[in-house]
Design a protein around this ligand. Structure first.
Ligand code: HEC
Ligand code: HEC
Length: 214
């Protein structure tokens, strides 16, 4: 009996110790959740791993690698989470995102959003007018929405949902639109619906227009 009683007391003490610990830990966990992003850490991780493909300041010079500078941080974090979970499929980026913690993602994303995007240029004189009309007005007779409605007239996007597009490499934009249309990129239903009705020529035109948009 004595042994049982002392065991019970030990258990009670242990339980109260746990609850004291839980009470102390709770505010700390809450504080960590709203902690400010650490831009210096973000820059360091970005420079070590990502800059080789996306450019030192997030302005990638390679058409297949997207520019990331000045992008909304919430959009960047969403993409990194989805590369990691496999919701957005890309062999290179899934491997990159797999090594990032939620804090790494946040730190890198906020640092990138603080960098200025360098403007780009439209190159296809023949198609740019078609691109402009799709971007600004959509294609009414085929129920294709104007891009500007969600991505804003100058392509700066609308935080937090609608990403910045202006100045992006046309090759990258065209690859994403084709990916949405063909079911390769499946992480945004709205864009799957928009891209579903675009043909290759329209994708080329609007992507070229977006590259020069500012
Ligand atoms: C080997 C080259 C390479 C490296 C290194 C790399 N990326 Fe990427 N990244 C790409 C490519 C290519 C894409 C386009 C993927 C696609 O087509 O879906 C991409 C896409 C992205 C996107 C999506 C952008 C958008 O507009 O939707 C983000 C965000 C991103 N990378 C962040 C990072 C971060 C952060 C790192 C470092 C941890 C990194 N990348 C390292 C090549 C690279
Ligand atoms: C109804 C709102 C809506 C409309 C209209 C719309 N978009 Fe989007 N678009 C989105 C959303 C939301 C995303 C973010 C997807 C994600 O979270 O992965 C997006 C993402 C994109 C991306 C991927 C950007 C990147 O960096 O990878 C491209 C490219 C794009 N849109 C182009 C267009 C074009 C071109 C049009 C017009 C033909 C258009 N969008 C019309 C909502 C819209």
């Amino acid at each position: 009996m004595k042994l049982l009683a002392s065991l019970l007391i030990t258990a009670a003490l242990a339980a109260s110790a746990v609850s004291v610990f839980a009470q102390e830990a709770a505010p700390k966990a809450a504080a960590a959740k709203v902690a400010k992003p650490d831009l210096a850490k973000g820059e360091a991780s970005y420079t070590a791993v990502c800059a080789a493909c996306h450019g030192a300041d997030g302005n990638s010079g390679t058409p297949a690698n997207p520019k990331l500078a000045q992008q909304h941080p919430e959009y960047l974090v969403k993409q990194l989470q989805e590369f990691k979970s496999g919701k957005r499929a890309n062999a290179v980026m899934s491997g990159m995102a797999a090594t990032l913690s939620p804090d790494d993602m946040k730190n890198i994303a906020y640092w990138l959003s603080s960098k200025a995007a360098k403007p780009g240029f439209a190159k296809d004189k023949e198609l740019v007018a078609l691109g402009e009309s799709i971007y600004r007005g959509g294609i009414a007779e085929r129920q294709i929405s104007a891009c500007s409605g969600c991505h804003s007239p100058n392509g700066a996007g609308i935080p937090v949902q609608y990403p910045r597009l202006s100045g992006q490499h046309a090759d990258y934009t065209a690859a994403q639109l084709t990916g949405f249309r063909d079911g390769v990129r499946k992480n945004a239903l709205q864009m799957t619906q928009v891209a579903a009705k675009l043909n290759d020529r329209e994708i080329k035109a609007v992507s070229d227009y977006i590259a020069g948009l500012r």
